[in-house]
Design a protein around this ligand. Structure first.
Ligand code: CA
Length: 232
């Protein structure tokens, strides 16, 4: 028996996802490589039509859009995503960098705008900041392909919502806040159940979460503890 069969798959499910819409193949390849090094799962769309298709059919943590694109122009693509209710934070990366261009980008629904040529460290830092602000604003945490809504205490997957108790929510939020980390039971006891003393409470609530959300929602890492998985 392998220690943790679903692990590789769950890791890729939990990695933050970025959509990169860029028609210059060399730049797209370079950025995709850097994003992967940063821990992102990357989808590259070489034209606006493909970008629109990905943006509407898949879920991303952040998107980077070029403006001058074949098929559908970048700001048009962005406006269409926003009209369809897609709230993914978007950074527009464009050779058009004067103030009027930036205003047009922000008015079309972009959260941020960076003119080419750009500094790669600045781009990566801006993407990190965008994701942070987005999570803070929404008060949600990704759980696999679903999201934990901390205010409603619900796990939202597409149109389905699963209500959690406060303790279930506290435990899931603790795990989901650091998706790569394996937490020992004592750590989870201290972080999620500060008023409790017996670490068995951790196992009990892991059991409740799995019963509501599917076995995979919390992974057991044998001999070490638990980490977040994916519901269903
Ligand atoms: Ca272009």
């Amino acid at each position: 028996m392998s220690i943790d069969p679903g692990r590789g798959e769950a890791d890729s499910v939990l990695r933050p996802r970025v959509l990169l819409v860029e028609d210059e193949a060399e730049l797209a390849g370079m950025l995709a490589g850097l994003f992967r090094e940063e821990g992102y799962a990357v989808d590259v769309a070489p034209d606006g039509h493909t970008g629109l298709h990905y943006g509407l059919s898949r879920s991303y943590d952040v998107a980077v859009l070029d403006r001058g694109l074949p098929a559908v122009e970048g700001l048009d693509l962005l406006a269409r995503l926003r009209r369809s209710g897609v709230t993914t934070p978007v950074l527009v990366l464009s050779a058009l960098g004067n103030p009027a261009d930036r205003v047009a980008g922000l008015d079309a629904g972009a959260e941020d705008y960076l003119a080419k040529p750009f500094d790669i460290d600045e781009l990566l830092a801006r993407l990190r900041a965008l994701r942070r602000r987005h999570l803070d604003a929404a008060r949600t945490l990704p759980v696999g392909g679903a999201r934990l809504d901390l205010d409603a205490r619900e796990v939202v997957a597409g149109s389905s919502r699963t209500a959690l108790s406060q303790r279930e929510c506290d435990l899931l939020a603790t795990l989901a806040a650091r998706p790569r980390q394996v937490f020992g039971r004592e750590d989870l006891l201290a972080l999620a159940f500060p008023e409790a003393e017996n670490p068995v409470v951790v196992d009990t609530y892991v059991h409740y979460l799995r019963r509501k959300l599917g076995r995979g929602v919390v992974e057991t890492v044998r001999g070490r503890g638990y980490r977040i998985g994916a519901p269903g």
